[in-house]
Design a protein around this ligand. Structure first.
Ligand SMILES: Cc1cc2nc3c(=O)[nH]c(=O)nc-3n(C[C@H](O)[C@H](O)[C@H](O)COP(=O)(O)O)c2cc1C
Length: 181
């Protein structure tokens, strides 16, 4: 099973979450072949070759970063020919969170799911029974707050990284079940 984790990260928080998702997936399904790469380095061929696509982005002005949107938009050629249909998806985001719940992290995750569903993919949320839900889970996927109440960047917490490992393990287990049918 080939898992591609494609993400954008300017300051490293989203990248750390991507690495923790990879570690969780690898531990859960050791035979998985996992690739981690920046969205800007990801080609249409990379997407086609993977069985599982996990996309992650920081929240930028209430939505996904343009680097991730550029990758998303580039897939229209694959959509025309149904080339991502049946693949498994997962989504994650980090946001500064100024204003309590932050501005746009749910919208960002839902947008990524919408993209995967447009391709006919089977996309995986974060069930509340999973370890870590309370720290960085939302039904939509993995969501970590990285800013303080004063709006200063704090980075990702250890609890959020544990939630990321949990989500990575869940995606890998679910994907193995789905893809074996
Ligand atoms: C241009 C820009 C816009 C941002 N807009 C938002 C926003 O709308 N909502 C939010 O919660 N955080 C926002 N943030 C904060 C980032 O989402 C947050 O710091 C994130 O964890 C950074 O991830 P990275 O370290 O992977 O780059 C913004 C940051 C930047 C640089």
């Amino acid at each position: 099973m080939k898992i591609l984790i494609a993400y954008h990260s300017d300051y490293g928080s989203t990248e750390k979450m991507a690495q923790a998702i990879a570690a969780g997936a690898q531990a859960a399904i050791p035979e998985s072949m996992i690739t981690l790469q920046q969205a800007t380095d990801t080609t249409l061929e990379d997407l086609q070759q993977a069985d599982v696509l996990v996309f992650g982005t920081p929240v930028h002005m209430g939505s996904m970063a343009w680097q991730m949107k550029k990758l998303v938009d580039s897939t229209s050629k694959l959509w025309m020919e149904n080339l991502l249909e049946g693949k498994v998806g997962g989504v994650f985001a980090t946001g500064g969170g100024l204003g309590g719940e932050g501005g746009g992290i749910e919208h960002t995750l839902i947008s990524l799911h919408s993209h995967f569903l447009q391709h006919g993919m089977l996309t995986i949320g974060f069930p509340k029974s999973l370890p870590g839900y309370i720290d960085a889970g939302l039904q939509w996927g993995l969501a970590a707050r990285t800013g303080s109440h004063e709006g200063m960047p704090q980075g990702v917490s250890d609890a959020a990284l544990a939630a990321a490992r949990s989500y990575g393990a869940h995606i890998a287990r679910m994907a193995k079940q789905i893809l074996s049918h």
